[in-house]
Ligand binder design. Structure first.
Ligand SMILES: *Cc1c(COP(=O)(O)O)cnc(C)c1O
Length: 460
């Protein structure tokens, strides 16, 4: 044995046993909180890693209390890896990395109402016979959208996949070149089309497509026309998209269905809040789209879901497809979406759905809150800024807001990180080298939490 090997053998003997390590006070308290198994597992993993490092000559010889800290960090880390509620101070209302739309109170209550016990998801309480899962959301969706039939699946990506697959597998679907887009998160229209088994027939050019381009491409094998809302970008200048009503006219004349993927699922008029018009689902239906697909958790402000609505015969073909079963929603989503839709039906969506409250809140109210936060942090100031809607809707559109700008004493990246390390974590952003926080996307009940977090982050 050379000297180095001798040394590492000595170090190996100096490592504590699992049992000895578990006697460290930190791990005794970790075990009482997390239970025995998680902590023992972490202790084994840490000691094994340490042994390996010593054998490979990467001597570090940590003492027992240092080892205990690593074990505790690993054990707690496994718990903390679960989804955590955070405070969104980014000013991006539908933030895809922050789970998009926070739910309204009615949706939360609705979830609570079905998860504690059994729920009649597929039972007709009138007859006692097997019921229809789609029956729970159909009445409100048909009422709100003025359609004959509607079903809900896991998300809008699966809604589009299902529509193409059920209506056009082995056939052709005509799409404008300007709409063969990528929405983000791996959703590319040509890829979804391929997966559905439909053949993409692209018409027109990136910037200009005419209804005659579609007309010329319709043939024996055409199963549908597809229109995709370019939800997350804007093309300006020499452009010509075909309006939905014109496309619907052609589809009707030639006897092929028009599928419209709207993306954000906006049911309200965005211009009343000083925003550009986001196409509404109702307008698309009125214009003559045979099937509309949209998300539940973008501007609808509900849970993750994909809603497909339109002509009864078409929606029923989708409902019968095996993909409908493979992408079906669970009772939590069903309850949450129902709770959200009730708010629209009652006409109080702007007052009760967080996404719409955030869009509608006045600059004066935002300034008030920003001033209250800034007053709690020495050196913080209130400055004008802009919030965005996000979530692949209203690209380039912003809303005026009041930002809290944190003091310049610490480097911005470090402060941003310390805000994320608070409990609950606060997600802010950097503008011109300074950390800024936007009250627009922070829920009213989070005011106290965010002030505590800001104070702790600057004090650290
Ligand atoms: C967001 C979006 C999708 C994907 O919807 P998910 O609900 O995220 O699956 C599809 N099409 C368009 C146009 C979109 O904007």
């Amino acid at each position: 044995m050379n000297t180095k090997a001798l040394e590492s053998a000595a170090d190996l003997r100096s490592l504590p046993s699992v049992d000895a390590l578990l006697k460290q006070p930190l791990l005794v308290s970790a075990m009482s909180e997390l239970g025995h198994d998680l902590v023992v597992g972490a202790a084994r993993q840490v000691l094994e890693g340490e042994r390996l490092a010593l054998v490979q000559g990467e001597a570090s010889s940590p003492d027992s209390s240092e080892l205990a800290e690593r074990v505790a960090a690993m054990a707690y880390g496994k718990i903390l890896a679960g989804p955590r509620q955070v405070i969104n101070a980014t000013g991006v209302i539908v933030h895809t990395n922050l789970a998009r739309a926070p739910l309204c109170e009615a949706a939360i209550k609705a979830i609570d109402g079905v998860v504690r016990g059994y729920s009649a998801i597929e039972l007709d309480l009138e007859t006692g016979r097997r019921g229809d899962r789609h029956a729970h959301l159909r009445p409100l969706l048909c009422e709100l959208l003025d359609v004959e039939e509607a079903i809900v699946v896991n998300n809008n990506a699966s809604a589009v996949l299902l529509a193409l697959s059920a209506l056009a597998r082995g056939k052709e679907v005509i799409l404008s070149r300007g709409e063969a887009v990528e929405i983000g998160g791996g959703f590319r229209v040509p890829d979804i089309m391929r997966r559905s088994g439909a053949k993409l027939v692209e018409v027109g050019t990136t910037n200009r497509t005419y209804v005659s381009d579609y007309a010329d491409a319709i043939g024996e094998r055409t199963a549908a026309l597809l229109a995709v809302h370019s939800s997350n970008f804007r093309v300006v200048g020499f452009v010509h998209p075909v309006p939905i009503d014109e496309l619907a006219g052609l589809a009707r004349d030639r006897g092929v269905p028009l599928i419209h993927d709207l993306g954000s699922g906006c049911l309200l008029d965005t211009t009343q809040f000083g925003l550009a018009p986001e196409p509404t689902v109702q307008a698309s239906v009125r214009a003559g789209a045979d099937l509309v697909c949209f998300s539940g958790d973008k501007l609808l402000g509900g849970p993750q879901a994909g809603i497909v609505a339109g002509r009864r015969e078409l929606v029923q073909r989708l409902a019968r497809d095996p993909l409908a079963r493979a992408t079906r929603i669970d009772k939590l989503t069903m309850a949450a979406l129902h709770g959200t839709l009730v708010e629209y039906a009652r006409g109080c969506a702007v007052q009760s759905i967080p996404v719409w409250q955030m869009i509608a809140v006045s600059l004066a109210a935002l300034t008030d809150r920003a001033q209250r936060w800034a007053a709690a942090i020495p050196g913080a100031e209130v400055i004008p800024g802009r919030s965005t809607v996000g979530g692949g809707s209203l690209p380039g559109e912003t809303l005026p807001t009041a930002l809290v700008r944190m003091p310049a004493r610490q480097p911005a990246a470090g402060l941003l990180k310390r805000l994320r390390q608070q409990s609950p974590p606060v997600i802010a952003r950097i503008e011109a080298d300074r950390v800024v926080l936007d009250p627009r996307t922070v829920l009213a009940e989070e005011d106290e939490g965010i002030i505590d977090a800001m104070q702790a982050a600057v004090a650290a």
